[in-house]
Design a protein around this ligand. Structure first.
Ligand SMILES: Cc1cc2nc3c(=O)[nH]c(=O)nc-3n(C[C@H](O)[C@H](O)[C@H](O)COP(=O)(O)OP(=O)(O)OC[C@H]3O[C@@H](n4cnc5c(N)ncnc54)[C@H](O)[C@@H]3O)c2cc1C
Length: 471
């Protein structure tokens, strides 16, 4: 056994890892904390569409770890983990460093898989990180510039077609965002926005198949039809090859080709290969954990987020779950230090949130109530902005967002372009933003005062349910 003087090491700075680190640092946990992460910035994945569209700034949803961790007790190491030895209690990184730990948190998420589709890794663009969102934005802008310069109608059609592979939540949200955004960008260049084609390609007939958002299918289908450019579907289409200018697929036993200048890939995730090598039980590559999130044979090791699963109480791979697990691991690590027993985690599923275009979303509260359109969009963004790590950052971002919503700063589309009455749209946005965001901002700025003054109304408890405070 390693002496207790070794640090607590957290692998992966996504939702599970970063929030474990931040919550540990905020409580009286005197053990050194090391967070090892391969990237220099945190990707707030549910808001990557806003990063792509420019609705939110990169500092808001793609902040540097150094900034987020300033003032915390977390020692950030930017490096790639190469191997983990659970028996020796050590971790090796690509730069040749070794870290010994007394406790370890495995939060390495999952990775994109192309299911061995020829050409996909070379020509399709994944969409899982801030880096990839920015790369997709640059690529799309470039395609629009090329399209405006060409006089060849066939070539222009190819340049203006975007194929999105996979009709899960990311594919659907990306399709809705681009179907509003690209016509506006193209109009600004002097092009005709109605020439844009967004095609959602899916192996089956069903969208959101097996996903936590599947109850929103009808709302989502309606929203896809009502974008600035309606989203086209290519269903029952098995993608067989991706080339530099299109997607080859099999449909009705025929091989066909969809010409497209941009191919975005949201079709699948696979387990992190590093974790598959560990001598522990797994369920389809996800590490099996106890309800306390500890590995059964290695109680000093916790695992959470997309890379772990409790078979008795399986949870979907979502940010909402990973965030709550991060808080629970921090509490259990502290209890271990105090020689107290660890406690099982109870996940509170508070419903789901989806982006369905610019300024449009749906909040499915507790799976009972659907709030759609602009109010749905405001609830979605307000709730996610509250989850942003570090309360100073959180307050800054929330107030910037509020200003943007009220004064229509950074608004990529006009209400007319989105088919709304400007007057109604402005009033509704202002009213909804005020009603929804005031308590969020007040709670972030003065949590004690907020609690004392409003406890009788039940609002603090409701907000805690919908959007837990980050401290
Ligand atoms: C486009 C998109 C939209 C989404 N929208 C939503 C949503 O609206 N609501 C929702 O609840 N969920 C959403 N999700 C899912 C959610 O983001 C994930 O479930 C969540 O991020 C999982 O957290 P995690 O900590 O397990 O993994 P991640 O957030 O993926 O973090 C894993 C971290 O480990 C790092 N890492 C991996 N390998 C190594 C290595 N070898 N060395 C060092 N570091 C490494 C990665 O760089 C990464 O930072 C979305 C996901 C995507 C891709």
């Amino acid at each position: 056994m390693q002496p207790a003087s070794h640090p607590t090491v957290i692998l992966g700075g996504g939702f599970a890892g970063l929030f474990t680190a931040l919550h540990l640092s905020q409580q009286n946990y005197f053990q050194p904390i090391i967070l090892i992460e391969q990237r220099d910035r945190f990707s707030f994945k549910p808001l990557l569409y806003e990063l792509l569209s420019g609705e939110l700034h990169s500092e808001q949803v793609y902040p540097h770890y150094q900034e987020l961790l300033t003032g915390s007790r977390v020692n950030f190491v930017q490096d790639t983990v190469q191997s983990i030895d659970l028996h020796q209690r050590s971790v090796n990184t690509a730069s040749g460093q070794s870290f010994y730990y007394s406790n370890l948190v495995l939060a390495l998420g999952s990775k994109t898989t192309y299911f061995n589709t020829p050409g996909a890794a070379e020509h399709a663009m994944p969409f899982t990180s801030g880096e990839q969102a920015i790369a997709l934005r640059k690529h799309l802008r470039h395609r629009l510039h090329q399209a405006i310069q060409t006089t060849n109608p066939e070539r222009r059609r190819l340049l203006l077609t975007v194929a999105i592979i996979g009709a899960g939540p990311a594919g659907v949200e990306l399709a809705c965002t681009l179907a509003d955004l690209l016509p506006i960008w193209y109009d600004e260049l002097g092009g005709d926005g109605s020439e844009i084609h967004i095609v959602l390609v899916n192996r089956s007939r069903e969208i959101l198949k097996g996903d936590v958002n599947s109850s929103l299918r009808c709302t989502v289908q309606r929203a896809m039809k009502n974008r600035v450019i309606p989203v086209d579907f290519l269903f029952d289409a098995a993608v067989t090859k991706i080339t530099s200018d299109g997607v080859e697929y099999r449909q009705n036993e025929k091989t066909q080709m969809l010409q497209a200048g941009t191919i975005a890939w949201t079709a699948g995730t696979a387990p992190n290969p590093l974790l598959m090598e560990l001598p522990v039980t797994q369920n389809r590559g996800r590490l099996l954990v106890k309800p306390t999130l500890q590995l059964p044979d290695f109680p000093e090791v916790f695992a959470a987020g997309d890379c772990a699963i409790d078979n008795d109480n399986p949870q979907p791979p979502t940010a909402q779950v990973a965030y709550q697990q991060g808080i629970a691991i921090a509490q259990n690590l502290k209890r271990l230090r105090e020689n107290k027993p660890t406690i099982p985690l109870q996940i509170q599923m508070r419903g789901t949130l989806m982006k369905l275009g610019l300024n449009e979303g749906v909040a499915n509260l507790f799976n009972k109530l659907q709030i759609k359109g602009q109010p749905g969009h405001l609830i979605r963004q307000g709730a996610y902005l509250q989850l942003l790590p570090n309360s100073a950052h959180n307050f800054k971002v929330t107030s910037e967002w509020l200003t943007d919503e009220l004064f229509q700063r950074h608004r990529a589309a006009t209400p007319m372009q989105l088919g709304q009455t400007p007057w109604l749209s402005g009033v509704a946005t202002a009213a909804a933003a005020l009603i929804l965001a005031t308590p969020l901002v007040w709670r972030a700025a003065q949590p004690m005062q907020f609690q004392q003054n409003l406890i009788w109304t039940g609002v603090p408890a409701l907000l805690d349910q919908l959007a837990p405070p980050s401290r």
